[in-house]
Design a protein around this ligand. Sequence first.
Ligand code: GRF
Length: 198
Amino acid sequence: MKNIVILISGGGSNMAAIVKAAQNEAWASRYGAQIAAVISNKADAEGLAYARTQGIATAVVDHKQFAQAEDPRAAFDAELAKVIDKFEPHLVVLAGFMRILTEGFVLRYAGRLINIHPSLLPAFAGLRTHQRAIEAGCKVAGATVHRVTPELDHGPILGQVTVPVLPGDTPASLSARVLSQEHLLYPRVVAELLRAGI
Ligand code: GRF
Protein backbone atom coordinates (compact mmCIF):
# COMPACT_ATOMS: atom_id res chain seq x y z
CA MET A 1 0.00 0.00 0.00
CA LYS A 2 1.28 3.49 -0.89
CA ASN A 3 0.97 5.58 2.23
CA ILE A 4 0.01 9.24 1.99
CA VAL A 5 0.81 11.44 4.99
CA ILE A 6 -0.92 14.83 5.16
CA LEU A 7 0.43 17.73 7.23
CA ILE A 8 -1.95 20.46 8.45
CA SER A 9 -1.90 23.43 10.82
CA GLY A 10 -5.55 24.46 10.94
CA GLY A 11 -8.93 23.83 9.39
CA GLY A 12 -7.73 21.04 7.19
CA SER A 13 -10.39 21.51 4.53
CA ASN A 14 -7.93 20.53 1.78
CA MET A 15 -6.98 17.45 3.78
CA ALA A 16 -10.67 16.57 4.15
CA ALA A 17 -11.17 16.99 0.40
CA ILE A 18 -8.32 14.56 -0.26
CA VAL A 19 -9.66 12.07 2.29
CA LYS A 20 -13.12 12.23 0.67
CA ALA A 21 -11.68 11.76 -2.81
CA ALA A 22 -9.68 8.76 -1.60
CA GLN A 23 -12.90 7.23 -0.28
CA ASN A 24 -15.21 8.18 -3.17
CA GLU A 25 -12.73 7.21 -5.88
CA ALA A 26 -11.57 4.08 -4.05
CA TRP A 27 -7.89 5.00 -4.18
CA ALA A 28 -7.07 1.86 -2.17
CA SER A 29 -8.20 -0.53 -4.89
CA ARG A 30 -7.57 1.79 -7.83
CA TYR A 31 -4.07 2.99 -6.95
CA GLY A 32 -3.15 0.89 -3.92
CA ALA A 33 -2.98 4.11 -1.90
CA GLN A 34 -4.33 5.18 1.44
CA ILE A 35 -4.26 8.23 3.70
CA ALA A 36 -2.10 6.75 6.43
CA ALA A 37 -1.85 9.71 8.80
CA VAL A 38 -2.66 13.35 9.39
CA ILE A 39 0.00 15.22 11.36
CA SER A 40 -0.20 18.74 12.75
CA ASN A 41 2.17 21.17 14.44
CA LYS A 42 -0.82 22.42 16.45
CA ALA A 43 -2.71 20.23 18.91
CA ASP A 44 -5.89 22.28 18.39
CA ALA A 45 -5.90 22.09 14.58
CA GLU A 46 -9.56 21.51 13.75
CA GLY A 47 -8.70 19.11 10.96
CA LEU A 48 -7.35 16.54 13.42
CA ALA A 49 -10.83 15.83 14.77
CA TYR A 50 -12.15 15.19 11.27
CA ALA A 51 -9.29 12.82 10.49
CA ARG A 52 -10.03 10.87 13.66
CA THR A 53 -13.70 10.51 12.70
CA GLN A 54 -12.48 8.91 9.48
CA GLY A 55 -10.36 6.40 11.38
CA ILE A 56 -7.12 7.96 10.21
CA ALA A 57 -4.11 7.97 12.53
CA THR A 58 -3.20 11.44 13.80
CA ALA A 59 -0.16 12.89 15.51
CA VAL A 60 0.95 16.26 16.83
CA VAL A 61 4.49 17.62 16.79
CA ASP A 62 4.27 20.99 18.51
CA HIS A 63 6.87 23.37 17.10
CA LYS A 64 6.76 25.49 20.26
CA GLN A 65 8.37 22.66 22.21
CA PHE A 66 11.57 23.18 20.27
CA ALA A 67 11.90 26.91 20.95
CA GLN A 68 14.81 26.39 23.35
CA ALA A 69 16.79 24.12 21.05
CA GLU A 70 20.02 25.43 19.61
CA ASP A 71 18.44 25.32 16.15
CA PRO A 72 14.66 25.26 16.78
CA ARG A 73 13.70 24.82 13.14
CA ALA A 74 16.09 21.91 12.55
CA ALA A 75 15.08 20.27 15.85
CA PHE A 76 11.38 20.51 14.99
CA ASP A 77 11.89 19.22 11.46
CA ALA A 78 13.96 16.28 12.73
CA GLU A 79 11.22 15.24 15.15
CA LEU A 80 8.54 15.78 12.51
CA ALA A 81 10.46 13.57 10.07
CA LYS A 82 10.73 10.87 12.73
CA VAL A 83 6.96 10.85 13.19
CA ILE A 84 6.27 10.99 9.45
CA ASP A 85 8.66 8.13 8.75
CA LYS A 86 6.77 5.82 11.10
CA PHE A 87 4.10 5.78 8.40
CA GLU A 88 6.57 4.94 5.61
CA PRO A 89 5.18 7.62 3.30
CA HIS A 90 5.10 7.32 -0.42
CA LEU A 91 3.85 10.89 -0.62
CA VAL A 92 3.89 13.74 1.92
CA VAL A 93 1.16 16.31 1.30
CA LEU A 94 1.37 19.78 2.84
CA ALA A 95 -2.18 21.09 3.19
CA GLY A 96 -2.24 24.40 5.00
CA PHE A 97 0.91 23.46 6.92
CA MET A 98 2.12 26.85 8.11
CA ARG A 99 5.78 26.12 8.68
CA ILE A 100 8.86 27.02 6.70
CA LEU A 101 10.74 23.77 6.30
CA THR A 102 14.51 23.33 6.46
CA GLU A 103 16.45 22.29 3.42
CA GLY A 104 17.35 19.03 5.14
CA PHE A 105 13.69 18.15 5.59
CA VAL A 106 12.80 19.07 2.02
CA LEU A 107 15.65 17.04 0.57
CA ARG A 108 14.78 14.04 2.73
CA TYR A 109 11.40 13.88 0.96
CA ALA A 110 12.64 14.97 -2.46
CA GLY A 111 10.26 13.85 -5.18
CA ARG A 112 7.50 12.93 -2.75
CA LEU A 113 6.69 16.26 -1.07
CA ILE A 114 3.97 18.54 -2.47
CA ASN A 115 2.21 21.72 -1.34
CA ILE A 116 -0.80 23.84 -2.22
CA HIS A 117 -0.39 27.60 -2.31
CA PRO A 118 -3.34 30.00 -2.67
CA SER A 119 -2.01 32.03 -5.59
CA LEU A 120 -1.06 31.55 -9.20
CA LEU A 121 2.63 30.92 -8.63
CA PRO A 122 5.14 32.29 -9.40
CA ALA A 123 3.00 35.32 -8.50
CA PHE A 124 2.50 36.04 -4.81
CA ALA A 125 4.69 33.51 -3.07
CA GLY A 126 4.54 33.93 0.70
CA LEU A 127 1.71 35.23 2.84
CA ARG A 128 -1.36 37.52 2.38
CA THR A 129 -1.76 36.30 -1.18
CA HIS A 130 -5.40 37.33 -1.63
CA GLN A 131 -4.89 40.84 -0.32
CA ARG A 132 -1.85 41.29 -2.53
CA ALA A 133 -3.74 40.02 -5.61
CA ILE A 134 -6.58 42.49 -4.94
CA GLU A 135 -4.16 45.36 -4.33
CA ALA A 136 -2.33 44.56 -7.56
CA GLY A 137 -5.61 44.82 -9.47
CA CYS A 138 -5.47 41.20 -10.67
CA LYS A 139 -8.51 40.09 -12.66
CA VAL A 140 -7.86 36.44 -11.92
CA ALA A 141 -6.51 34.65 -8.89
CA GLY A 142 -6.17 31.00 -8.06
CA ALA A 143 -4.17 28.26 -6.46
CA THR A 144 -1.14 26.14 -7.33
CA VAL A 145 -0.06 22.65 -6.37
CA HIS A 146 3.69 22.30 -6.67
CA ARG A 147 6.55 20.08 -5.71
CA VAL A 148 8.37 21.38 -2.68
CA THR A 149 11.96 22.46 -3.15
CA PRO A 150 14.16 24.33 -0.67
CA GLU A 151 13.11 27.73 -2.03
CA LEU A 152 9.74 28.68 -0.48
CA ASP A 153 6.74 28.37 -2.86
CA HIS A 154 8.97 27.81 -5.89
CA GLY A 155 8.97 24.12 -6.86
CA PRO A 156 7.83 22.75 -10.22
CA ILE A 157 4.13 23.36 -10.80
CA LEU A 158 1.91 20.26 -10.92
CA GLY A 159 -1.49 21.92 -11.31
CA GLN A 160 -3.28 25.25 -11.13
CA VAL A 161 -6.81 26.55 -10.96
CA THR A 162 -8.04 30.07 -11.67
CA VAL A 163 -11.01 32.03 -10.35
CA PRO A 164 -12.14 35.58 -11.22
CA VAL A 165 -11.41 38.48 -8.91
CA LEU A 166 -14.75 40.29 -8.70
CA PRO A 167 -15.44 43.98 -8.04
CA GLY A 168 -15.75 44.57 -4.31
CA ASP A 169 -13.83 41.39 -3.41
CA THR A 170 -12.22 41.31 0.01
CA PRO A 171 -9.39 38.96 0.97
CA ALA A 172 -12.04 36.85 2.74
CA SER A 173 -14.41 36.61 -0.23
CA LEU A 174 -11.58 35.88 -2.65
CA SER A 175 -10.05 33.35 -0.27
CA ALA A 176 -13.37 31.48 -0.03
CA ARG A 177 -13.69 31.38 -3.84
CA VAL A 178 -10.14 30.10 -4.25
CA LEU A 179 -10.45 27.58 -1.41
CA SER A 180 -13.53 25.94 -2.93
CA GLN A 181 -11.46 25.33 -6.07
CA GLU A 182 -8.46 24.13 -4.08
CA HIS A 183 -10.70 21.32 -2.86
CA LEU A 184 -11.11 20.11 -6.45
CA LEU A 185 -7.53 20.77 -7.56
CA TYR A 186 -5.60 19.10 -4.76
CA PRO A 187 -7.26 15.65 -4.86
CA ARG A 188 -7.05 15.71 -8.66
CA VAL A 189 -3.30 16.35 -8.61
CA VAL A 190 -2.69 13.70 -5.95
CA ALA A 191 -4.68 11.19 -8.02
CA GLU A 192 -2.67 12.14 -11.13
CA LEU A 193 0.57 11.49 -9.26
CA LEU A 194 -0.70 8.12 -8.05
CA ARG A 195 -1.77 7.25 -11.59
CA ALA A 196 1.66 8.25 -12.86
CA GLY A 197 3.11 5.83 -10.33
CA ILE A 198 5.13 8.31 -8.29
C1 GRF B 1 -5.35 27.03 1.88
O1 GRF B 1 -5.75 28.22 1.27
C2 GRF B 1 -4.01 26.62 1.36
O2 GRF B 1 -3.81 26.94 0.02
C3 GRF B 1 -3.08 27.44 2.21
O3 GRF B 1 -3.67 27.45 3.49
C4 GRF B 1 -5.07 27.22 3.37
C5 GRF B 1 -5.37 26.01 4.19
O4 GRF B 1 -6.73 25.75 4.30
N1 GRF B 1 -1.75 26.92 2.15
P1 GRF B 1 -7.20 24.34 4.93
O5 GRF B 1 -6.46 24.16 6.24
O6 GRF B 1 -6.89 23.27 3.93
O7 GRF B 1 -8.67 24.52 5.16
